[in-house]
Design a protein around this ligand. Structure first.
Ligand code: PLP
Length: 378
């Protein structure tokens, strides 16, 4: 199989798997126990915390382990609101992941006011409109760092600074950004940040929430005092060890591998240009994740194309994995002013450091073959 759907999830790096294996065997201790088995588990947990904090250039104490992006985002948003009961306004974008989108819809039903900032045709946000949206009663800004469908990167440093100056809590969903582009919390003044291991060659169902020192964020689960009282429940030591190993590998590889991945993606797009005259690329080409390509092949049904590619052993996606199966065109593309017809002819290919030039070339060929079978292009 040629796997080019890495924004949905990534294969576990074999070195991550190796690091995890002892925690399915002899290293079974509970990190809260004070005997030797417990201390060994605690040491592994704290080593992983150090590795995650190093990837984020943050302090180790600010990393709270949990079950991944969805839990992090829910905890950050609900926690920030609970800590400021008198403020009832939130600012977000209209192109967030379905977790944030659905939670904000729910908050509106609960009586909160939400400002959904639009994006332009390149998926970019207008900083002046953002500045104007910040109010004295704004409790929280929540913004995706890099969009999962288009890969477009928001100017999170500038946005966080503007919120910080106004004492507004700033959360960013960095699930797609972490491990692919530098996320440096020693210079970017966010208060809360969400990451997920399975997006950078770690296991599924584990992630972390960065909580800046001094933020009194409540645990939503009542139970033990794990994770400094931020998240009750015996830690998922196996998963956390995998997250730590994945973070360390991502940090070490980023400088050399991400330019190579961008090169693969760019040559794939150049090939698309050559083979499909009407191809239309989505998202600001200069402000994108290095691994993501989202494009429309007008006149073609992306779901049919996806099925054809799947038969040829190539995995990609139509928009977001979470939105697949939905009869509606992607809300992200619609917000960018892309019509339903074009949105429904749109595919996302997302590469990773495990992708090769041969795979990119073979995927391009398979796309041509799938399109020819449908009687178009290629
Ligand atoms: N945020 C973004 C931008 C994502 O791409 C995803 C996963 O698709 C999530 C949040 C949810 O993360 P998780 O799968 O760890 O719950």
């Amino acid at each position: 199989m040629i796997y080019l759907d890495n924004n949905a999830t990534t294969p576990v790096d074999p070195r991550v798997r190796e690091a995890m294996l002892p925690f399915l065997g002899e290293n079974f201790g509970n990190p809260s126990s004070s005997h030797a088995a417990g201390r060994a588990a605690r040491a592994a947990l704290e080593q992983a915390r150090g590795r995650v904090s190093s990837l984020l250039r943050a302090t180790a104490e600010s990393v709270v382990f949990n079950s991944g992006g969805t839990e992090s985002i829910n905890t950050a948003i609900r926690g920030a609101l609970a800590a400021q009961p008198r403020k009832r306004h939130l600012v977000t974008s209209a192109v967030e992941h379905s977790t944030t989108k659905n939670l904000c819809d729910q908050l509106v039903r609960e009586g909160f006011e939400v400002t959904w900032l639009p994006v332009d045709e390149g998926g970019r946000i207008d900083l002046d409109a953002y500045r104007a949206s910040l109010r004295p009663d704004t409790a929280l800004v929540t913004m995706v760092w890099a969009n999962n469908e288009t890969g477009v990167i928001f100017p999170i440093a500038d946005m966080a600074r503007l919120a910080d100056e106004r004492q507004i809590v700033f959360h960013t969903d960095a699930v797609q950004a972490a491990g692919k582009v530098p996320v440096d919390l020693s210079t970017v003044p966010v208060h809360l940040l969400s990451i997920s291991a399975h997006k950078f060659h770690g296991p599924k169902g584990v992630g972390a929430l960065f909580v800046r020192a001094g933020m009194g964020l409540p645990s939503f689960l009542l139970g033990g005092a794990q994770e400094n009282g931020h998240r009750a429940g015996t830690e998922n030591v196996l998963g956390i060890v995998g997250l730590g190993a994945a973070a360390e590998l991502a940090q070490a590889a980023m400088g050399s591998e991400m330019p190579r991945v961008a090169g693969l993606r760019d040559s794939f797009e150049a090939g698309l240009h050559e083979h499909f005259l009407g191809v239309r690329f989505h998202g600001d080409p200069a402000q994108r994740l290095p691994n993501t390509s989202n494009f429309a092949l007008p006149g073609m049904n992306a779901a049919d194309l996806l099925a054809g590619l799947d038969r040829l052993g190539v995995a990609c996606s139509v928009g977001s994995a979470c939105a697949s199966g939905s009869p509606h065109a992607s809300h992200v593309l619609r917000t960018m002013g892309i019509g339903d017809e074009e949105a429904k002819s749109s595919l996302r290919f997302s590469f990773s450091r495990m992708s090769t030039g041969e795979e990119a070339a073979a995927a391009l060929e398979a796309l041509g073959a799938a399109a020819r079978r449908l009687g178009l292009g290629g």
